[in-house]
Write a protein that binds this ligand. Structure first.
Ligand SMILES: Cc1ncc(COP(=O)(O)O)c(C=O)c1O
Length: 407
C-alpha cells in the first residue's frame, strides 16, 4: 500500500527522463493508489454509503477531481473547502460541510446548496431554526461520546470535555427542540486512534441515534496509517466497515476518511543543497522543512516519516550508514525534521526521499521565510499529470501583495 523506496526511485528516474525538473522539491501523488483506496473503502461499506473524503487531507483541486470522478464525495471543514469541492465538480448531495466556526451567511449558503451540514453546537441549531431549514435538508448534530482519547491529544476528539460536538446527555433535548436534525455525526480523531476507540465512539452514537429515531450516521474518518515501522499495523477498511456494520446496523452511513486515502499515495523528493559538518553532526541541508512538514517539525514526538537517499539520477544510494540530521531551509534552529537518521553519507546533489507525504502536508503549508510551494505531479500508471505547478518567486510576491481594489 505504501510507495516503497524502489518504487519511488523508479518514479523519480522516469520523471527525470521525461523532463520533470528536480531543482529543489517535487511532490508526487500516485493516483492509482488513491483510486484503489476508494475502491477498498466502497467495498467495505454497504452500497449507498456516502464516502466524503476530507478535503483538508489534500486540497489540490486536481486531486479532489480524481476523488469525485471515482464516485466519492468530499468533506469540507471550511467554506473555502466547500468552494474547493465545488471547483472539483462535487455534486452538493455528495458534499458534507463540517465546521466549528462559520457565519450565518456560510451556513445559509451551504443549506441552500443542498450540502449535508453537520452542526457543532446548540447556537448553530438556533441559527438554522431562524434561517428555516430547507425541505429535505440533511442536518446532522456532532456528538462527543466521551469515550476517551487516542495517543495524540491534539488530534483526539472524543474524550470527555473535548471542544467538538455536544455531550451525549445534551443531545436528546436538542434534537427534540430542533426536529430538522435527521442524523448524528461523530469523528474520533486523526491518527493515534485505534479501531477499538473508534468502535466505542460509533456504538455510543449509534445507540443514541436509534433511541432518537434518527435515520443516518456520519462515522467520521480517523483510520490511522503507518508512517514508520514503529507505528502499529493500521486497521483495514474491511475491518472498519465490518465494525460499523456490527456497531451501527440499519443506518444510512457517511464516512469522512482523509489521511488513510491519501497519505501513502504521496511522497516528496527534495534536493540536498549542501552537506555541513558541525562538530560530530552531519547536516544534509534540503529545500523543505517546517514549511511543508509542520507537524513533523513542531510536534516531532507524535509525527515522523521514513527517509531514503537517492543519487542525483534517482538511484537508491546504498553503502554504510552514518547518523545524519536533515535540516530544512527555514532560518530557525529547530527546522530539523529528522535527527540522527542512519543514511549513506549524503552528498550535495543527492535527492532525499520523504515517504507518505500525501496527506496533511501541503494543506498545512506555512509561509515562514516565504519559500515557494513545490510543484506536485500525479503518477497515473506510466503517465505524469501535473496536479499543481508550484509557485514562482513572482507568485509569492503576489501572495504577499495587496490586491488591486477592483478585484
Ligand atoms: C470532522 C472530521 N472529519 C474527518 C476528518 C479526517 O480525518 P482523517 O484524515 O484522519 O481520516 C477530520 C480530521 O481532522 C475531521 O476533523
Amino acid at each position: 500500500m505504501r510507495v516503497s523506496v524502489d518504487e519511488a526511485a523508479g518514479v523519480v528516474q522516469r520523471a527525470l527522463a521525461s523532463g520533470i525538473r528536480l531543482d529543489k522539491t517535487v511532490m508526487f501523488h500516485d493516483l492509482g493508489r488513491v483510486r484503489a483506496r476508494l475502491d477498498a473503502l466502497t467495498a467495505a461499506f454497504p452500497r449507498g454509503t456516502l464516502h466524503a473524503v476530507a478535503v483538508k487531507a489534500n486540497p489540490l483541486v486536481e486531486v479532489l477531481k480524481v476523488v469525485v470522478a471515482h464516485g466519492a464525495g468530499l468533506e469540507a471543514a471550511s467554506f473555502e473547502e466547500l468552494e474547493l469541492a465545488l471547483a472539483a465538480g462535487c455534486p452538493p448531495e455528495r458534499l458534507v460541510y463540517d465546521s466549528p466556526a462559520r457565519t450565518v451567511a456560510e451556513l445559509r449558503d451551504a443549506l441552500a446548496l443542498g450540502a449535508w451540514v453537520n452542526v457543532d453546537g446548540p447556537e448553530e441549531l438556533e441559527r438554522i431554526a431562524v434561517l428555516g431549514p430547507p425541505q429535505g435538508a440533511r442536518i446532522g448534530l456532532r456528538v462527543n461520546p466521551g469515550v476517551g482519547a487516542g495517543s495524540i491529544a491534539a488530534t483526539s476528539t472524543v474524550a470527555r470535555g473535548g471542544r467538538f460536538g455536544v455531550s451525549v446527555e445534551d443531545v436528546p433535548a436538542l434534537v427534540a427542540r430542533h426536529p430538522f436534525v435527521t442524523g448524528l455525526h461523530v469523528h474520533t480523531g486523526s491518527q493515534g486512534v485505534g479501531l477499538a476507540l473508534i468502535e466505542a465512539a460509533v456504538r455510543v452514537t449509534a445507540e443514541l441515534a436509534r433511541s432518537l429515531g434518527l435515520a443516518w450516521l456520519d462515522v467520521g474518518g480517523g483510520i490511522p496509517v503507518r508512517y514508520t515501522a514503529a507505528d502499529p499495523e493500521p486497521p483495514t477498511y474491511a475491518a472498519w466497515g465490518a465494525m460499523v456494520a456490527d456497531a451501527a446496523p440499519g443506518f444510512a452511513l457517511v464516512t469522512e476518511a482523509g489521511r488513510s486515502v491519501h497519505a501513502a499515495a504521496g511522497f516528496t523528493v527534495t534536493r540536498v543543497e549542501s552537506v555541513k559538518r558541525v562538530g560530530d553532526r552531519t547536516l544534509a541541508i534540503v529545500h523543505v522543512g517546517a514549511d511543508l512538514f509542520l507537524r513533523w517539525v513542531y510536534a516531532s514526538a507524535s509525527w515522523d516519516h521514513d527517509l531514503a537517499l537517492l543519487d542525483a539520477d534517482g538511484r537508491v544510494r546504498v553503502g554504510p550508514g552514518e547518523p545524519v540530521d536533515v535540516a530544512g531551509p527555514l532560518c530557525f534552529a529547530g527546522d530539523v525534521p529528522a535527527r540522527g537518521r542512519t543514511l549513506p553519507a549524503p552528498r550535495a546533489g543527492d535527492l532525499l526521499l520523504v515517504r507518505d507525504t500525501g496527506a496533511y502536508t501541503l494543506s498545512m503549508w506555512s509561509r515562514h521565510c516565504s519559500r515557494a510551494l513545490p510543484p506536485v505531479w500525479g503518477v497515473d500508471g506510466d503517465a505524469f499529470v501535473r496536479l499543481h505547478a508550484g509557485e514562482t518567486p513572482a507568485d509569492v510576491v503576489r501572495f504577499w501583495s495587496n490586491r488591486p481594489a477592483e478585484e
